[in-house]
Design a protein around this ligand. Sequence first.
Ligand code: 0RA
Length: 692
Amino acid sequence: MAEKSPPAGGKKGGYTAADIDVLEGLEPVRKRPGMYIGSTGAEGVHHLLWEIFDNSYDEALAGHAKNITVTLLPENQVRISDDGRGIPTDTHPKIKKSALEVAATMLHAGGKFDHSAYKVSGGLHGVGLSVVNALSSWMKVEVNRKPDVFAQEYKRGKPLAAVKKVGKTNKTGTTVTFQPDPEIFKEINWDWDKIITHLRQQAYLIKGVKINITDERLPIKSVRPENNEESTFFLSHGFYFEGGVVSYIKYFLNRKEEAKHPNIFYVSKDLEDMQVEVGFQYTDDIQGKEMGFANNIHTLEGGMHITGFRSAITRALNDYARKNSYLKDKDENLTGDDIREGLTAVVSVKLREPQFEGQTKAKLGNPEARTAVEGVLNVEIPDWLERNPSDARGMLEKVILASKARIAAKAARETVIRKGAMEGFTLPGKLRDCSSRDPSESELFIVEGDSAGGSATQGRSRRTQAILPLRGKILNVEKARLDKMLANEEIRSLVIAIGTAIAEEFDLTKLRYHKVVIMTDADSDGSHIRTLLLTLFYRYFPQLISAGHIYIAQPPLYRLQKGSEVRYAYNDEAKEKISKELMPAEKAQKIKKGEWEVSEINGKAGEEIEAFEESPAKLKGIILQRYKGLGEMNPEQLWETTMNPENRVLLQVTMKDAELADEVFDTLMGSEVLPRKKFIQTHAKNVKNLDV
Ligand code: 0RA
């Protein structure tokens, strides 16, 4: 995870001898790419883009750049351009090379995930540049520094020539174009939606900067009916938000919700060592949304800044409610849960040395962030409430309602929960429990439907594996209240089986299985149920996710058989690899490819069978079966491929996965899809849907 610049104030100027000591070449990056960009999968590839974008973004945060343009190009190239000051190109006094070349080809030894020290002391925020260069088969940097244009090109991190003047300009700015190295990244596939989502989030956190993205990979041809003139377009998307955090809440986070009051609370304060920016507004939603950021990195797991925010708002609203007779009884109190119902908040801090903790390093650990946020808000919220009494009324109505609903629901909820607990684990009838009582070795498989449930029950290891079949679609938990949700039979079974209870009663030590595995089909129904379950866990059992107890089973997609040898493939790549292993190349050449026929395997019709024929007389090829669902596997196959700890592939669910599922869920299920589009068209001043 890259870190952003701390607030301005770092020592300016060139390198000192001490800085040179900690510079080294780029070999370590190519040797262990994961150390620098997290992974070499799809996330890692996108990380390259974020790194380069971050440099331009930092230049914009520092007030020097007003436009950033991202362009996806053919052959997996990406170009990122800004109109900032331009990377310095003058000769480094000690290294005797252009500062640009130093930035692109030398690694700061302490670098890795901790860039902040470098940024503060060196002042050259192109840290990610060398990492991206090392992992790119080709890269080019062009710098406009009035009156000259400088450029340098690289192959796998090595300059092809010295930095040269290549032209004249009256502009300033930096353009980096790179191509991820296929030797490092197996699959390079720029994901438009992922990029848009990331850029949007960044755009909201910076006022008055234009961020544009254009997809030049696929030209769109269009012919005008009037004159038959053909023209070429590219898909393009722009973000520009005057209002920063306030826009983010108004036009994005709350775009589908009904606001309880018109004005959004907002404060931005520069403290000596920290910048604090907070905005919030209540809606009539049951859920709340708290978005934390530290140096503009989304802190999905919360942390100290969020803790500070929560204490301050809880205290301020309780005080205000008491003072203005919203709370009659002196002992009556609005709880943290009441306060957070329907609360949409953005809490953004910028600090010099952020410490990221937690499972996904997305939780801010600095205690001073709590003190700073709480300190600012303890003054600002009460003050704002006094100045905006009608907004304050809207807020109080919402939290008082939440409080009443909570008290009413508590009775209902407790009966449900207590009943389960008191009747000595009235475990649901359809749970096929395991015999072990040691949670650390016990696993719960949540399976879709009775037929897969049957196979799983027969195939499992009885001692440590429990099976819970779920019938049909579980309840839409998106908007459901906890008490209503617990009235749903499928969900109640699940909650009781898990053993931890829920909400205030939640107790992690009562967890009955340390692995809770979602096992659904690889089709669209299966993925819908998986999304629903992830949403349920994300909303009501986040602790299980953070503690790493939630998993997704990965049934194989293919079964390959040659003679008596049977192999399973979990993706297309593995299928190709296994086919080659089973059928060495010289032989494979003699075989006619691409003949499809249907035959019977284990009594079931295989969907697609690729028959490799060597001679018509003797069928000697590979029999390939594509699995559509778990139901197609017999109990032994299910055990062997998906449940047996020796062979299976389990994916551990992270908060990030769950949040994504939650968002997907919102988009899929949310009745209103239009508002977002409309919002982009009306409020992003620089949107160009189709750009020449
Ligand atoms: C260090 C100093 C100066 C600019 C930059 C770095 C810089 C780096 C990047 C990377 C991408 N875009 C960038 N824009 C600027 C300022 C040099 C001066 O004072 O002129």
